[in-house]
Design a protein around this ligand. Structure first.
Ligand SMILES: [Ca+2]
Ligand SMILES: [Ca+2]
Length: 265
């Protein structure tokens, strides 16, 4: 009995499937995670490509987007033309804004958008997976120029194209979703926009992209350096199911209880 109780408590690993840990560790949202000052920005990077799915060039420049009312938008861009374009732009305010007036664009509160370049340079929003696992992915694209956009949008897993669609008009959504996507740490998911074969004018395209980790594995997810570790926590208990104590110490052999170096994970 004593032995079995010891074994039970020694392998206690708690899986915290609560809102806080899920949002912090396992959900990536391109718009809400956007940074106007850092690129790359955690798992996200903003750039452009002449060969989407293969080539990726990081945007080096940033500036507020001029001509927006009642507030400015944040922008990463490559100055191939004076516009400048290609770019990735976000309305960081909680109100809708217009940039460029009657022939310009309207961005919803908090909305992220991107725009191709004059030679069909694709604007790219890249997510690089920090972990291996199973993921679901959803994306929605729609034109935001009052004159109507004409773009081609793509989603790539590394160089494999998961989705392609043509976006036209204003506010007409094209959507994509996939679940059960197996991703290895370091894999990339690229969301890209090209000029649709007819020039780059009026091609501001809003993007709503969300990536969620949907499966967990105690062994492959194990962290030897962080506790809690995303959704996982390693600890011990004198009363399993009731009491929980976090392991504070770690060593090459595992996470340890301080007093005598055991129990452990
Ligand atoms: Ca326009
Ligand atoms: Ca176009």
């Amino acid at each position: 009995m004593v032995v079995s109780r010891y074994l039970a408590s020694s392998i206690l690993v708690v899986f915290l499937f609560n809102t806080v840990s899920l949002r912090a560790a396992d959900v990536w949202d391109a718009a809400t995670d956007f940074s106007p000052t850092v690129n790359p920005n955690g798992a996200w990077a903003y750039g452009w490509s002449n060969n989407p799915g293969i080539e990726f060039n990081l945007y080096q420049l940033r500036a507020p987007l001029a001509g927006c009312l009642p507030n400015v938008a944040d922008q990463w861009f490559e100055p191939i033309t004076a516009d400048p374009a290609p770019h990735v732009t976000r309305n960081a305010t909680c109100i809708g804004i217009n940039c460029g007036g009657a022939d310009g664009i309207d961005l919803q509160p908090g909305e992220l958008a991107f725009h191709p370049g004059v030679h069909n340079e694709h604007s790219v929003i890249r997510w690089t997976s920090p972990i291996s696992g199973t993921f679901s992915l959803a994306a929605k694209f729609q034109g935001r120029d009052r004159n109507g956009c004409s773009t081609d949008v793509h989603v790539f897993h590394n160089s494999f194209e998961l989705f392609v669609a043509t976006v036209t008009g204003t506010g007409i959504p094209r959507q994509f979703a996939i679940s059960g996507l197996e991703v290895i740490a370091g894999d990339t998911i690229d969301f890209t926009v090209g000029f649709g074969g007819n020039g780059y004018l009026n091609d501001t395209t809003a993007i709503d992209a969300r990536i969620v980790r949907v499966a967990w594995n105690a062994a492959t997810d194990f962290s030897p350096t962080v506790n809690p570790n995303g959704a996982w926590t390693y600890g011990w208990s004198n009363n399993p199911g009731i009491e929980f104590n976090l392991y504070q110490l770690r060593a090459p052999f595992g996470w340890l209880f301080a007093k005598r170096g055991r129990p452990m994970v």
